[in-house]
Design a protein around this ligand. Structure first.
Ligand code: ZN
Length: 316
C-alpha cells in the first residue's frame, strides 16, 4: 500500500532547468551536469525497486522520500516500509562498477575503468537515520517501534565486495532482487512484537514531511544575470524561438508552437522565483509586447501550469 508515492524530485527538475539555462561553456556546467547525473542515477535506482517491492505483503505501508526535521537537522529516507511491529529504512544506491565496503575506515570505494573513487559509507547514513527516526517517533507519539535498515544496491551489474573486517555489514547490504526475501526475514524476526497504531503513525509521518525549499542559484552561487533568456524549441531544443504571427517559430528547424513559452515559465519558477511580473516575463521570454505576454501568463495559469509560476502584476 503506497502511502507516499514517488515523485520526480525537485532537485532533478531544478538541475535540468539549470543545464538548459546556463551557457554551454559556463564554468559550473560540468559540476551541475555531474550533480544531475548523480541525482538521476539515484532516482532511477529507486524506480527499479518497484518490481521487487511489488512482491511484499499488500498491507505494508510504503513511503517514498520522507523528509523529516528532528529539531536540529532534516533527514530524508529514500523508502520507509511500515508494518504494525516494524519499520524498515531502505537507502537505495545505484553505484556502477565494483564497489567495496570498507568497514575499517567507513567508506565505500568504487572502482570503475581503473579509477578509484571514495563515497561516504551508506551504512553510517542508515544508522544515523535509524536513530533520528526512532527519536522522531518517540518525540511525536511517545512510541518506540523496532527499526531495521538496509542499504539496497539497485544496479544489477555492480559487483559488491566487503573488507573482511566487518562481516556484520553483510546483513545490512542487499542486492535489489534479494530485497523481498531479506524483508521477509526481518518481518519474521520481529513478528512477536506488540502491534502499534499504524494509521496514527502514518498520518503523523505524512504531516511531519517537509519538501525541501532551496534556491538553486544560491546553492551554486550563480547570478540571475548569468542565465540565458528566451524560449526553447520543443523539437530541437535550441533557445532561439521567435514570435511570428501569434506563434512561436524555430529558425533552426522551422517547428511552430503555440505553447513553447510554458516551459520557459516553468524554468523561471524552478530557478528564479515563483512569481513574475509582466516586465520580467517580457525580458525572460524576449517578447517586447506586454499585451502578448499578459495573454501568455493568463493562459499559462488557466492551463493548470500556474501552480509553478504565479503571475503577479508588480508595480513598475
Ligand atoms: Zn527547433
Amino acid at each position: 500500500m503506497i502511502i507516499k508515492p514517488r515523485k520526480l524530485p525537485e532537485e532533478i527538475k531544478k538541475l535540468r532547468a539549470l543545464t538548459r539555462r546556463l551557457p554551454f561553456h559556463h564554468p559550473k556546467m560540468t559540476l551541475i551536469t555531474e550533480q544531475l547525473k548523480r541525482y538521476e542515477a539515484g532516482y532511477n535506482g529507486e524506480k527499479s525497486l518497484d518490481f521487487p517491492l511489488s512482491f511484499l505483503q499488500s498491507d505494508m505501508m510504503v513511503f517514498h522520500n520522507l523528509r523529516l526535521h528532528d529539531g536540529k537537522h532534516y533527514f530524508q529516507i529514500d523508502i520507509l516500509l511500515l508494518t504494525p511491529n516494524l519499520a524498515i529504512i531502505l537507502e537505495v544506491k545505484n553505484y556502477t562498477g565494483t564497489v567495496t565496503f570498507d568497514g575499517l575506515f567507513h567508506q565505500v570505494i568504487r572502482k570503475k575503468e581503473n579509477m578509484e573513487e571514495a563515497f561516504s559509507d551508506p551504512l553510517l547514513q542508515v544508522r544515523r537515520q535509524q536513530y533520528q527516526l526512532s527519536n522522531w517517533l518517540y518525540h511525536h507519539l511517545h512510541i518506540s517501534i523496532d527499526i531495521e535498515s538496509l542499504v539496497v544496491m539497485a544496479n544489477d551489474r555492480s559487483v559488491i565486495k566487503s573488507t573482511s573486517d566487518h562481516p556484520s555489514n553483510i546483513n545490512k547490504i542487499v542486492k535489489r532482487d534479494y530485497l523481498p526475501y531479506r524483508i521477509h526475514e526481518l518481518l519474521e524476526k520481529h513478528k512477536d512484537k506488540p502491534p502499534l497504531p499504524l494509521e496514527v503513525i502514518s498520518q503523523t509521518l505524512m504531516t511531519g514531511h517537509q519538501d525541501p525549499v532551496q534556491n538553486i542559484l544560491h546553492r551554486y552561487d550563480i547570478a540571475h544575470s548569468e542565465l540565458l533568456s528566451g524560449v526553447a524549441c520543443p523539437k530541437c531544443n535550441i533557445l532561439a524561438m521567435k514570435r511570428q504571427y501569434g506563434k512561436w517559430y524555430c529558425p533552426q528547424c522551422t517547428f511552430t508552437s503555440d505553447t513553447a513559452h510554458n516551459q520557459a515559465l516553468s524554468e523561471y519558477a524552478l530557478l528564479i522565483a515563483s512569481t513574475i511580473s509582466n516586465r520580467e516575463a517580457c525580458t525572460f521570454l524576449e517578447v517586447p509586447s506586454r499585451f502578448v505576454v499578459l495573454r501568455m501568463l493568463q493562459n499559462y495559469e488557466s492551463t493548470g501550469q500556474g501552480r509553478n509560476v504565479k503571475y503577479v502584476l508588480k508595480e513598475e
